[in-house]
Write a protein that binds this ligand. Structure first.
Ligand code: NAD
Ligand code: MG
Length: 396
């Protein structure tokens, strides 16, 4: 029987993974090793019971007693804290879903790769923060990474067996997010609620706000560079309002292969779960006639400065991706806590990059998790300073 673990099981991607595993037979089809979550231990315990997991881990040590009580008599062990999550990733499983949000997903992802097997990677922050380290760890241990971000799953499928050398461009599609039709001059006033009204996709709150600012696409551009090893100038972003084409590969002979489907993450999650086979999935069939038309337009860099910042990050190379991701996470925290405005998020990342680009050694690739974490830590301090300065300006 195939074994699996789900990191971030209580989140948007995690829940959809649980759904697909249950539909495929649940505990009768898969041996579940570990499931992890955050504050919602009631839901985590339910998932652990449904899948008959060996261990359930909450990120929050203050919730351990509650989790233990909820799991009483189930046969599932309870654990808590960041270290316990990484220890859970140290328990070998054939297939591991990495769906924690943020840089917190990196350490468990690396631990899972050291056991070989397959890492289904939704946690784009690990590739942006430590892409080379992640791929080198997979290569050293004979592990495979399958992309779960819909764009990268689409590119992976469109690429098929063709070599990267035959690729002219990888074209990422972007919906434009919740504020795509707002006048530019009003963007600074956008609230958290405004930024959370995504036109097409139902996702976690953080990635939904990142879609409105295009920091999500900016992360995905870097993710594309890291995962497929393609040069930055061959990566293009187009606004595609309908979110039907999930991304495309343009080959040297002029052929363009697109992955199409309804905007439903279970396409990408299910593909990674069943790879190299394909199984029937509970996704709505695509009705092209009902859709009528698909539209494409160039992104406006004034509206989406995050795309320009991603280019600067890739040009700088080395550990700058870790700076970009950390600064973006801090900026997002400040925006979600209503301490800075929507357009201040890009300013925080811009200032943090500016301040840290001259830092010695930053242009060199990270060779260890500790090195990545040190860069992440420093970038968070600088980004926090930048956000506080901008927040004071806003309040004053
Ligand atoms: P989410 O916020 O809905 O869920 C995140 C999960 O991680 C939850 O289980 C939460 O409890 C857990 N978590 C949060 N902080 C943690 C921490 N510090 N330590 C351990 N666990 C923690 O997020 P999501 O939208 O499901 O996204 C998960 C990942 O997948 C992100 O990297 C996101 O960018 C990526 N992704 C999501 C979607 C989507 O449709 N939601 C699409 C593509 C990629
Ligand atoms: Mg995506």
């Amino acid at each position: 029987m195939r074994s699996l673990s789900i990191f971030g099981a209580t989140g948007s991607v995690g829940e959809q993974t649980v759904d697909l595993v249950l539909r495929a037979g649940g505990a009768a089809a898969y041996r579940t090793v570990a499931v992890t979550g955050g504050q919602n231990v009631v839901r985590l315990a339910q998932i652990a019971r449904d899948l008959r997991a060996e261990v359930a881990v909450t990120a929050d040590p203050a919730r351990l007693d509650e989790l233990r009580a909820l799991l009483a008599g189930s046969g599932t062990e309870a654990a808590a804290g960041a270290e316990a999550i990484t220890e859970a990733a140290d328990r070998p499983a054939d297939w591991v879903m990495s769906a924690i949000v943020g840089a917190a997903g990196l350490a468990p992802g690396l631990a899972a790769l050291r056991h070989g097997g397959t890492l289904a990677l939704a946690n784009k922050e690990s590739l942006v923060t430590a892409g080379r380290l992640l791929l080198a760890t997979a290569a050293a241990h004979g592990a495979r990474i399958l992309p779960v971000d819909s764009e990268h799953s689409a590119i992976f499928q469109a690429l098929g067996p063709d070599p990267i050398a035959a690729v002219d461009r990888m074209i990422l599609t972007a919906s434009g997010g919740a504020l795509r039709d707002w006048p530019l001059e009003r963007l600074a006033e956008a609230t958290v609620a405004d930024a959370c009204r995504h036109p097409n996709w139902a996702m976690g709150q953080r990635i939904t706000v990142d879609s409105a600012s295009m920091f999500n696409k900016a992360m995905e551009v870097i993710e594309t560079r890291e995962f497929f090893g393609i040069s930055p100038e061959k990566i293009e972003v187009v606004i595609h309002r309908e979110s039907i084409v999930h991304s495309m590969v343009a080959f040297c002979d002029g052929a363009v292969m697109a992955h199409m489907g309804s905007p439903d993450m279970r396409h990408a999650i299910g593909y990674a779960l069943n790879w190299p086979d394909r199984q029937r999935l509970p996704v709505a069939p695509l009705d092209l006639v009902a859709l009528g038309q698909l539209t494409f337009q160039a992104p406006d860099l004034m509206r989406y400065p995050a795309l320009r910042l991603a280019q600067a990050t890739m040009r700088a190379g080395g550990k700058v991706g870790a700076v970009f991701n950390a600064a973006k996470e801090v900026a997002l925290d400040h925006f979600l806590d209503r301490r800075i405005g929507f357009t201040d998020m890009a300013a925080v990342v811009d200032r943090t990059l500016d301040r840290l680009l001259a830092e010695p050694g930053l242009q060199n690739d990270a060779t260890s998790l500790d090195e990545v974490l040190a860069t992440d830590h420093l970038a968070r301090i600088r980004a926090d300073e930048a956000a506080k300065t901008l927040g004071r300006k806003r309040a004053g």
